[in-house]
Design a protein around this ligand. Structure first.
Ligand code: OMP
Length: 300
């Protein structure tokens, strides 16, 4: 594998690091507001001429690392595609995360964790603690056991300079049944999640910085945020926007969905970029092209 040049300071390894929000702002400004998703679907492994086993997964992940490390602001591995290969798959995920840290590229581990008290503490330690084999710069969290149940992860992320993206308005149509529901006072679930993020980000906001507690808001969600009173600007954190590419959203949807909050967006796309592989050069070019299109769509 050829070496890659670090472009963004900080890593998911050990040692003091600046808050995730500040590091993400810098990486997005330098390389465009895009996280390329590493989702090794069986069909993609096949399209790349690789077997659907740990050896194929390893080749896939190392090709992504070579193409994407130093090329884009962030890389978002989806944990389930590694876990389905058992312990050898998880070892590949560990290696990918370590390689991204060495390359100076931010990692967002898509695990969508959320659980009760002491179990949430263990989930937090698995991906947000210094020295944890699966530590990433940020993780995705599910608030549907109650936003308060995420406290162990929020605290550990803050203590270690890492970040979280909490599901608010997901890109899949089924999400609306839960996320658009309103409480007795008329506050939508998604709006309550955004308010909770705003409270966590208050300190960063006061310093004029992007916070480290982000939301997941799909680029496919149309006017839902506005309709439901989800204060995207006011949440003060980064907005992870899946749905770009294979799920149908493009530059026009990014601009429409995020409006005045577009400066906070980290768009994410997996299959649409990965389809350019297995050539490292073609994958890198597709990632750069996607990053530039996102930068244009989200420019102030
Ligand atoms: O948290 C996520 O990353 C996520 C949230 C969401 O609302 N929708 C969504 O598609 N995702 C993830 O983003 C990726 C989208 O992949 P593509 O549709 O191939 O770009 C998948 O890994 C999904 O699990």
């Amino acid at each position: 594998m050829s070496p890659v040049t670090p472009v963004s300071p900080g890593s998911a390894g050990t040692g003091a690091r600046r808050p995730f929000g500040a590091r993400l702002s810098e990486a997005s400004a330098a390389l465009g507001p895009l996280a390329v998703g590493v989702d090794p679907h069986p069909g993609l492994l096949d399209a790349w001429g690789l077997p659907d086993d740990p050896s194929g997964l390893e080749r896939f992940a190392l090709t992504c690392l070579e193409a994407l490390g130093g090329t884009v602001a962030a890389v978002k591995p989806q944990a389930a595609f590694f876990e389905r290969h058992g312990s050898r798959g998880v070892a590949v995920l560990e290696r990918l995360l370590a390689g991204l840290a060495d390359a100076g590229t931010l990692s967002v581990l898509d695990v969508k964790r959320g659980d009760v008290g002491s179990t949430m503490t263990a989930y937090a330690q698995a991906s947000l603690a210094d020295g944890a084999p699966l530590a990433a710069d940020a993780v995705t969290l599910s608030p549907f056991l109650g936003v308060g149940s995420l406290r162990p992860a929020l605290d550990l992320a803050a203590a270690t300079g890492r970040g979280v993206f909490v599901l608010a308005l997901t890109s899949n149509p089924e999400g609306a049944a839960v996320q658009h529901a309103r409480d007795a006072g008329g506050v939508a679930v998604a709006a309550a999640v955004a308010r909770a993020a705003a409270a966590e980000n208050a300190g960063a906001l006061a310093r004029g910085e992007l916070g480290s507690v982000g939301l997941v808001v799909g680029a496919t969600t149309g006017t839902a945020a506005a309709d439901l009173g989800v204060d995207l600007v006011g949440c003060g954190g980064p907005l992870l926007a899946p749905g770009v590419g294979a799920q149908g959203a493009g530059p026009a949807e990014l601009a429409q969905v995020f409006g005045p909050a577009r400066g906070q967006v980290l768009a994410t796309s997996s299959r649409a970029v990965l389809a350019a592989g297995p050539s490292v050069g073609a994958l890198r070019a597709a990632a750069r092209d996607a990053a530039e299109r996102c930068a244009l769509a989200l420019a102030p």
